[in-house]
Design a protein around this ligand. Structure first.
Ligand code: CDP
Length: 235
């Protein structure tokens, strides 16, 4: 058994950072090593953006009333991969489309959308033993998280990682378009009034430029185990 569960104290880990920093991959692998759950909150915002396009309600139509009946489902396979449904329809692949990516930051600025998702994210995090990634997890969703991480990398490296991901998924793209898309989305996410992306002074700032994924995961797991030990000793 790993250090994450051996002590009987299951902490909450918040991973925030800009687009393409590898947050979801790191969060999923760290969660698996610790025997924790993981939640990719970006996928939830993407699901709402998909819904705005599919229903034709558009971003302006995402009101409290419209969202009341929306059901977003997150299912996990044994290997930790997540599938996403909107009102029962599997949209796991579609939420990564360029159409969804193009509007997701605007969708995420809508107060009704943030209200809708915040409530659900907090319910899902109840009880601890979770790694949650997004933009405002440490600052707004789970401010009491025992471990907060700001995960980043240079914009060129983030675009290159995203290009590799897209190639694996069979999606056509080019570096210039990706660089422009990531830069625009980061600036929108950092400058919005509600729950902007910020590097909190209380977060561990982890720049992963040039750092292999396995090493990042090892570092985060080691830090989590340290925090778990210190939390247990403090009780
Ligand atoms: O995976 P990628 O870095 O492309 O982004 P994502 O995690 O899928 O998030 C998509 C978008 O959702 C972000 O650009 C934000 O605008 C929004 N988001 C947010 O506002 N708050 C979160 N906690 C997570 C995502």
């Amino acid at each position: 058994m790993t250090g994450g569960s051996c002590c009987g104290r299951r902490i909450t880990i918040a991973i925030d950072g800009p687009a393409g920093a590898g947050k979801s991959t790191v969060a999923r692998l760290v969660a698996r090593r610790l025997g924790y759950r993981y939640l990719d909150t970006g996928a939830m915002f993407r699901a709402v953006a998909w819904y705005a396009i599919a229903t034709g309600c558009g971003v302006a139509g995402l009101t409290d009333r419209q969202l009341e009946n929306l059901e977003i489902g997150l299912d996990y396979a044994a290997d930790g991969t997540m599938s996403v449904t909107v009102d029962g329809r599997d949209v796991t692949g579609e939420i990564r489309s360029s159409q969804v990516t193009a509007i997701v930051s605007e969708v995420a600025r809508q107060p009704a959308v943030r209200r809708y998702l915040l409530e659900r994210q907090r319910i899902m995090a109840a009880g601890g033993g979770i790694v949650m990634d997004g933009r405002d997890i440490g600052s707004v969703v789970l401010p009491a998280a025992e471990l907060k991480i700001f995960l980043t990398a240079s914009v060129t490296e983030r675009a290159a990682r995203r290009a590799r991901e897209m190639a694996v998924a069979g999606r056509a793209t080019d570096m210039e378009t990706l660089l422009a898309e990531i830069t625009k989305r980061d600036s929108e996410d950092m400058s919005r009034a509600q729950a902007p992306l910020v590097a909190l002074p209380t977060a561990w700032y982890l720049d992963t430029t040039g750092c292999p994924l396995e090493q990042v995961v090892d570092m985060v797991v080691a830090r989590a185990e340290e925090v778990i030990r210190s939390v247990v000793q403090a009780v």
